[in-house]
Design a protein around this ligand. Structure first.
Ligand SMILES: [Zn+2]
Length: 452
């Protein structure tokens, strides 16, 4: 190892620990920024030290969960694994993850790396990491103003993937966009998918960004939809047809406590209550298998895996059950509405919409969500909040669904705890997640104190 690399890593780590002392945590991307400025090839250098294989997980929805399952599965097999944490999936965050994983001599001790990469960063990150396997979860509409329409995302990903040296793609064959991208790329690819129709009508509501064949422009026909544009499709004009999945989930049973399903001759019992987490689990399992791992501990690992990831937390505060759910794009939102509808009990629903950069500054995507189902949610009240709470109320007004607006989150939650149904759903977009979680933790301590 060159002295220069060692010094760069040492300096970046020193800055990281100093900035944590001064600013109290955060700053996950700073060491990456510094290391990259001092040594532009640092990422290639560090990632090439991974002893066995490097996985990159890309896609609009599900990449954090898929990557996390992959990480836990590899760890369960006794492997040493590097993973980048949530929120550090752009260039500097990825570099930071590698830098901070080194030992005091600046050496990396890792069998595998599992790296989640943001679509917008893929063009710069992928060619530097040179992954062995790329898992593509799906391509759908997300954060409109950052990526433009789904076509732009498609082109960006295609360019990123084609600029990267030979690797094997693992793609969701139920997504016509992912499948088309894989076919048009220079890489070999393997598919996973769900062969049977299992999802209910609310969650597979009408969000189909891409129902036209990208090859010939004709309208695709579907035997069935799962959700979004995922399903069993074919083009009546040019013959493009959903590929038979090499790794297929079958015998799927969803219940209150989770789900069971089979992949080949293996059976999994999981805590996944939301259908999309079946895809995420399937993707991670298939990734292990194509990398040549038998993964004998997968059943046990996944039976205990917590799908929450801090994105779906449940609190009980002052006798009120409070669930917080992250939804950052139309498909994610539709899934959460479906979840709310599955609970027949009276409830209050709060929807928090912010418009920070990470959320997407354009909130027109609210018009792509079928909110009319909320009329049947047995909701005592629906409350819009966040910087774009008024946009949210306007959206519901068009569905004739009464909605309050409150910009005082804490007092509104207190009011729900003390005066409403004892059953509160909080659906928040990205930048609202951590602050709302923190607020609920404080309230939780506060109310616990009152009971003493
Ligand atoms: Zn066609």
């Amino acid at each position: 190892m060159s002295l220069k690399r060692k010094m760069v890593i040492k300096f970046a780590k020193w800055v990281s620990s100093t900035s944590q002392k001064i600013r109290g945590g955060q700053g996950v991307t700073l060491p990456g920024y510094i290391a990259r400025k001092l040594n532009p090839s640092i990422l290639t250098s560090l990632s090439s030290d991974v002893r066995k294989k490097t996985f990159v997980v890309l896609g609009t929805n599900g990449k954090t969960t898929t990557n996390s399952i992959l990480y836990h599965a590899l760890t369960a097999e006794g492997q040493k694994v590097i993973i980048n944490k949530t929120g550090s999936n752009m260039m500097n965050g990825v570099v930071s993850s590698f830098v901070l994983a080194t030992d005091k001599n600046g050496e990396l001790d890792a069998d595998y790396a599992c790296i989640e990469v943001d679509e917008i960063a893929s063009l710069t990150v992928l060619p530097k990491i040179k992954p062995d396997y790329l898992v593509l979860t799906n391509i759908s509409r997300d954060q409109l103003d950052r990526f433009g329409e789904v076509d732009i995302t498609f082109q960006k990903l295609k360019e990123a993937i084609n600029k990267t040296p030979k690797m094997t793609l693992l793609i969701n064959g139920d997504d016509v966009l992912s499948y088309t991208l894989a076919k048009e790329s220079k890489h070999d690819f393997i598919t996973y998918g769900i062969n049977e129709q299992i999802f209910d009508s609310t969650s597979r509501s009408e969000i189909r960004e891409s129902i036209f064949c990208r090859k010939c422009g004709h309208k695709l026909e579907y035997n069935f939809f799962h959700y979004g544009q995922l399903g069993d499709y074919h083009c009546p004009h040019c013959g493009l047809t959903r590929p038979e999945a090499a790794y297929a989930a079958s015998n799927i049973h969803l219940s209150e406590s989770g789900s069971t399903f089979d992949v080949g001759d293996r059976s999994f019992t999981t805590g996944a209550k939301a259908p999309y987490n079946i895809y995420n689990t399937l993707a991670a399992y298939a990734a292990l298998r194509i990398a040549g791992l038998e993964a004998p501990h997968f059943e046990n690992m996944i039976a205990h895996y917590d799908y929450g990831n801090n994105r779906e937390s449940v609190f009980n505060i002052g006798g009120t059950n409070i669930q917080i759910h992250l939804a950052k794009n139309p498909i994610g939102f539709q899934q959460k509405i479906s979840l709310v509808l599955k609970d027949p009990n009276p409830k209050d629903v709060m929807i928090l919409i912010n418009d920070e950069y990470q959320d997407g500054e354009d909130v027109s995507w609210l018009w792509d969500v079928d909110f009319q189902y909320l009329a049947d949610a047995n909701a005592n009240s629906i409350i819009a909040t966040g910087k774009r709470g008024y946009d949210m109320r306007l959206r519901l007004k068009y569905e004739d669904i009464p909605c309050e607006v409150s910009l005082d989150l804490e007092n509104t939650i207190r009011d729900c705890i003390e005066n409403r149904t004892d059953n509160l759903y909080l659906i928040v977009n990205y930048t609202g997640l951590y602050s709302t979680n923190a607020l609920l933790k404080n309230l939780s301590n506060d109310y616990a104190g009152k009971e003493d």
